[in-house]
Ligand binder design. Structure first.
Ligand code: LLP
Length: 424
């Protein structure tokens, strides 16, 4: 069941609502906006919860993928926990009501004040390096807490993804080298009043489309757990990170589901009394949203046709940054006799890298037509900028009744920018 589909007249729907109707309805109608399906978010979380039934687990939603407060609150309400990479994300997660003792604080450059906050809240903290452990101990000393830590071990498994989103291979900036494990265990023992080792963590990369990659890493990790337990540590958590990919191409290919992912590691948990932590971001939120744009006009230069829309790399940078493919469709049936052609879909930003899609074949749209970029719920709004003073767009979702449209984030406007100069 997909949140976005076409009705018999050729209009795109979000659940039961025509997107052209939402475009007409929303106040900020002369600009792009994100439109989510709340039901899709529910379905995505339920798929993980179902897959994990019968195991001890924590689903740690990777807040970096999408930090909309309403989305966080909804995930929390369904039982999700949160995985954080900054003090601000941690504070936001608290505001959304997450249980801090089931949250994980990740990162290769965590700062002392962020670690002190994490210590006070009793958040699980991943150790990323020698200096990171030193600083975590410092935070433990200052806060008078024994911080529960997981060692982020770099398993050196190739996730077979774009180099910018690969993290678990040898030359990555993340995690400790497994040859250093002995040194870390000694340090943790030595500083037992400030840190308590409770688990191991790995994260291989993002957009992973083969679950055997998770299996390879999980096998290595339980090997480390068995070894660490022999050293007398009480290990409770196996954290296998996030990274499950989604079908950005919409060509009917079969992608692994949360069930496929958990099935590949399930037997490794048997008899080991471990709580499995997973950190999904993209696979929970990507397909819950589209970026809705309007066609400003169509032009040709030389051999190229361009559809110029009101959305841009400022609202959605993944195509520009990673050459990522995100599917693009018009939300209304083409006008009678509209010719099909191949277009680059571009925004108004003063950069040649400002494109949302290249070489897309579609019917020539009319000016003002609605055009969506799919799978825009992960790493799109969260990575939006105000470049060219394009203020960040508003967000809406269709409620679970399938028909009510509700704003879940206001549009930013020029006043927000001017506020930074107040009193200067
Ligand atoms: N855990 C850790 C430690 C991570 O570094 C990440 C993502 C996740 C979990 C969540 O991974 P996911 O399930 O979303 O793949 N901006 C890029 C993606 C960067 C991912 C960074 N780390 C993109 O737009 O594709």
């Amino acid at each position: 069941q997909s949140a976005f589909s076409f009705n018999d007249e050729g209009y795109m729907l979000c659940e039961g609502v025509k997107i052209v109707d939402v475009m007409a309805m929303v106040a900020e109608k002369k600009r792009p906006f994100y439109l989510y399906s709340k039901s899709q978010l529910t379905r995505n979380y339920a798929a993980y919860a179902e897959a994990l039934q019968g195991t001890q687990f924590i689903v740690g939603y990777a807040v970096k993928a999408n930090n909309n407060l309403k989305i966080l609150e909804h995930l929390r309400g369904m039982g999700s926990s949160a995985v954080l990479v900054s003090g601000n994300e941690l504070q936001l997660a608290m505001r959304a009501g997450f249980d801090p003792t089931r949250c994980v604080f990740n990162g290769n450059g965590k700062l002392l004040d962020e670690l002190i906050l994490a210590a006070k809240l009793d958040v699980l903290v991943n150790v990323d390096s020698e200096f990171d452990l030193e600083q975590i101990c410092e935070a433990g000393r200052i806060s008078g807490k024994q911080i529960r830590v997981l060692l982020r071990i770099n398993p050196d498994v190739d996730p077979q993804v774009h180099p910018y989103v690969a993290t678990g291979n040898k030359n990555s900036k993340f995690g400790i080298r497994n040859e250093k494990l002995g040194w870390f265990l000694e340090q943790v023992k030595h500083h037992h009043d400030k840190v308590k080792l409770v688990g191991v963590h790995c994260h291989l990369g993002s957009t992973i489309s083969k679950v055997n990659i998770f299996r390879d890493a999980a096998e290595l990790m339980v090997g480390y757990i068995d070894l660490i337990r022999k050293e007398g540590f009480e290990i409770q958590y196996l954290n296998i990170g996030g990274g499950l990919g989604i079908d950005y191409y919409h060509e009917g290919a079969v992608y692994p589901t949360p069930m496929d992912l958990i099935d590949t590691v399930r037997d490794l948990l048997t008899g080991r009394d471990l709580t499995l932590i997973i950190e999904p971001g993209r696979s929970l939120v990507a397909n819950t949203a589209v970026l809705v744009n309007r066609v400003t006009g169509v032009k040709s230069n030389g051999n190229k046709n361009f559809i110029v829309i009101d959305g841009s790399m400022s609202e959605l940078i993944r195509p520009s940054l990673y050459s990522a493919y995100q599917h693009i469709e018009l939300v209304s049936p083409p006008a009678a006799g509209a010719k099909r052609a191949t277009f680059d879909v571009v925004g108004p930003v003063c950069e040649s890298s400002d494109f949302l899609g290249k070489d897309r074949e579609m019917a020539m749209p009319e000016r003002g037509a609605g055009l969506v970029v799919h799978d825009a719920g992960a790493y799109c709004m969260a990575m939006a900028s105000t470049y060219n003073l394009r203020m960040r767009p508003p967000e809406y979702w269709v409620e679970e009744d399938g028909k009510t449209v509700k704003k879940i984030r206001h549009a930013e406007d020029l006043h927000d920018h001017l506020r930074y100069f107040d009193g200067l």
